[in-house]
Design a protein around this ligand. Structure first.
Ligand code: GLN
Length: 213
């Protein structure tokens, strides 16, 4: 299974090694052609303003929007969550508006630039998630069919899922937390091999090959 990791800037190497550990091929995505054949994508942490510029410069905006619209599973962490939000509070226009959330950047102020917390994330099982926050955003508002996956003790929403998109305000890849990536690869596997009757059909050439095999 091939999973793309956006590699224009930021903490992408940790995501790649984590995905390798899960048995996936993790390709660094710097140009549109690197998205060929991926059945999942990770948008890592970094600086979302820089990432947005490089995404534009390297022509990655439309191909990634198209991939999201096709239902390819995507995991965004920290700046990646900001890129996926439909609204950035007091901020720029959205980049890949595919999560019905409003996020506030750098939401935890100077004193709390970085901190760690253990979160209950029931969809991942009983063991709490050890979450590392670095100049992290917070989800200020959730709308539509967004599932809240995790909150801080004060109730702040820091992990969400909607349709094919998962996002965390923290960095699971820095604490050895593999379960979000495993969820992504599970969703990617289901995307690559749609269940009977799901309405999606294999590509015609593939169908042809199967028939002659
Ligand atoms: N503060 C960064 C931003 O607003 C995100 C930080 C991160 O990804 N660790 O884009």
């Amino acid at each position: 299974m091939r999973i793309g990791v956006l590699a224009v800037q930021g903490a992408f190497i940790e995501h790649q090694s984590l995905l390798h550990g899960l048995g996936a091929e993790a390709v660094a995505v710097r140009l549109p052609e690197h998205l060929a054949g991926v059945s999942g994508l990770v948008l890592p942490g970094g600086e979302s303003t820089t990432m947005r510029k490089l995404i534009d410069r390297w022509g990655l905006g439309d191909p990634i929007r198209e991939l999201l619209a096709r239902g390819v599973p995507v995991l965004g962490t920290c700046a990646g969550m900001i890129l996926l939000a439909r609204e950035i509070v007091d901020g720029d226009e959205p980049v890949f508006p595919s999560l019905d959330i409003a996020v506030k950047r750098n939401a935890f102020g100077r004193q709390l630039d970085s901190f760690e917390a253990d979160l209950a994330v029931p969809v991942l099982g009983d063991t709490p998630v050890h979450a590392i926050f670095i100049r992290a955003p917070v989800v200020e508002r959730v709308e539509g069919s967004v599932d809240v996956l995790g909150r801080l003790e004060d109730g702040s929403v820091v992990a969400v899922r909607q349709r094919n998109v998962i996002a965390t305000a923290f960095h699971p890849e820095l604490s050895g937390e593999v379960r979000f990536h495993r969820l992504l690869t599970t969703m990617a596997g289901a995307y690559a091999e749609p269940a009977e009757g799901s309405g999606r059909r294999p590509h015609p050439t593939r169908r042809g090959l199967e028939r002659t095999a």
